[in-house]
Write a protein that binds this ligand. Sequence first.
Ligand code: PLP
Length: 388
Amino acid sequence: MDVRSSFSRRGFVGGVATALGYLTLRPPLELSARGLVMPTLAPWSGDPLAEYDAYAKLSFNENPYGPSASVMKAMTNAFKYGNRYNYPDGAIADELAKHHGVPRDNILLGAGSSEILDVVGRTFLEGDRKVIGVEPSFSAVYEHATGIKADVLRLPLLGDYRQDIAAMISAANRNHRDVGFVYVCNPNNPTGRIVTSAEIRQLLDGIPGDVPVLIDEAYHHFVDDPAYSTSVPYVLDGRPVIIARTFSKIAGLAGMRLGYAVGPRYLIERMRPHATGSINAIVKWGGVAALRDTASQAAVKTVTMELRARTVSELAGLGFSVIPSEANFFMVDIRRPVQPVIDEFKKKGVLVGRPFPPMNKHLRVSIGTPSEMARFSVAFREIFAIRG
Ligand code: PLP
């Protein structure tokens, strides 16, 4: 494959505006017929950077379009602070506080929300405490807990892949003295299923009042289901709720590392000493611009949801069942062990999600650009020997 030609074609179909244009035209597979995609990429060029560019990257639930023009402009302007310590930072923390309608001391910044999740672990798992959460979920939380020698109480999902709130409540009550915090990923990664606002209330009302609940809203911006709502208002009620948010997903800033927590002051103050403060000048300005650029985020959401719907309906048409998702990824039941299928996709130049035990026959697919989704469709049909 000539990676250079792929690169220029990727540029052509890369922007969110172009992607929006495609939505009105045709389903992803027809992009292939028009020669806009290259379903097979091997042999590789041997240049690792070109190879990285050439993959359809459907493995980490990123925004494939990247930061919007206004965010790029703000970040470019901020390069002049690259050599400073005490630079103006766009008042990112105040902007976030304003955005959520909370006081400034309810906000803690992190180098990605991963840092926030680690900080919650370091703060609340001290003294041999456990984290309670479902499996599979965003496993970094459990890996961090294990890394600091804390216990993880992993609860199975319900039959429809939703989180088992009743089991969380009973585990938190049974282990009250030993629980450091409860983790709820909403929507859950990797299933894409939500916890409804009624269930969040049920959880908060059902567990001991002093047990912190970490609600990870990394995919908040993609949710349409009216039964979902953010849990930020509980912070203002003084409940022991910490919300984790990120600029890595809808805002397209995964490589720049910016996330934050919204929580009651007494919990944020306990967490603050554990945060590194290692957030760069550039992304702070990018974050401020992203908060204002709701139009670009709406466009990313529209194109992503539309491509998800098309891909899911195509898979359903081929006889595969897909877990209903409210995020920029979905899981499909492939009825066979997932690791060899992941390997097959990689050979065809498509990176898909890793295995998520115990769901070892489900494949997680992030929503990429129209071109990337077309490559996924072609590869899927080849791997599963589907003709026509
Ligand atoms: N939380 C969830 C549920 C995620 O899926 C991810 C990344 O995939 C993160 C947190 C971490 O994101 P970041 O550290 O880039 O903010």
